[in-house]
Design a protein around this ligand. Sequence first.
Ligand SMILES: Cc1ncc(COP(=O)(O)O)c(C=O)c1O
Length: 365
Amino acid sequence: MTQDWLPLPGTPVEELDTPAIVIDLDVAEANIAKMQEFASEAGISVRPHTKTNKSPYWAWKQLNAGAIGICCAKVGEAEQMAAAGIPEILIPNQVVTSRKIKRLMSVAGTTETIIAVDSEQNVSDLSDAATSHGVELGVLIEINVGMDRCGVEPDEADAIATKIAKAPGLRFDGLMGYEGHTVAARDFEERKTEALRAMDKLLSAASAVRKAGVPVNIVSAAGTGTYNISGAVEGVTEIQPGSYIFMDGDYLEVFEEFQPAMTVLTTVISRTADRGVLDCGLKSVSIDRGVPYAVGIDGVEVGAPSEEHTKVKLSGVAKDLRVGDNVSLRMMHGDTTINLHDYYFCVRDGKLETVAPIMGRGKFR
Ligand SMILES: Cc1ncc(COP(=O)(O)O)c(C=O)c1O
């Protein structure tokens, strides 16, 4: 497919076609460097969750900065990353059907692959598949550290670890526990208390597994909001944050330790006395955590988007906006908006540097 309609490097931001995800490269790169610097100082590893960026372009930037590998939420995302040569992928999620397990084995045949499990049946199925495909699959037990999503209870870990350690085709690597119920707590002390409680559960499971005579190499945890809480706990070996790379409106309410790098550039397509209409809607911006807000201009009150339109109420200087002018919006939830777009338009000093495809968009199978 020819893509020569894409803008060339050097194109000024205001000449980009809209709606478009615009990333400030300096900001995103600084976020990547900051997370890596924290981990290096703490003596742990970063395995960034690419469910946020869904793009080998960013995964490579994270790896080049020092990450030991990446996480992918789904086999479909992992297939895209493996095809781009990413050398190590953890799927911190369960893959349970024979159709998907087969695809997982193909990924494992091309790149170092680790999967999370939380049932003995799944261990048997993965072992059978790994043996018949002639691959070795790394396995982490997912521990329910309080989120009550997936994961076994801490006192169930030793039995399942023993089973994995004996299972042909599988390599027991360790444990993971995602404290997702704590990562967005606005109050730091609350976040800390709950995250530490979660890490206690994870580490108690790790010590039970070791007592059962099974070595634990990986103890993986944390999201952006708990990177420096869980990541500072003795015994946690790596963190798997995702949102820090771009930050979004929701996470900026948690903390501003990482800077916002992403906006959706839109265009005013209609104007009346105190109203404008932007050319974005539910097909290009997500509102699951609230409607986006305008940045770089005061007096733009964003209303609820419909499919392809977003009405804005204008006051003050914003009344000077004309049809054809740009308005940049910050999403309250970046990941779900990224999943709607084909490309990142990556900008430095107001000019396009590169267009990066969002290979993992829609790859939720
Ligand atoms: C298993 C797992 N690890 C890590 C993360 C990263 O979270 P965040 O985007 O808060 O950094 C998520 C987020 O959904 C997750 O599900």
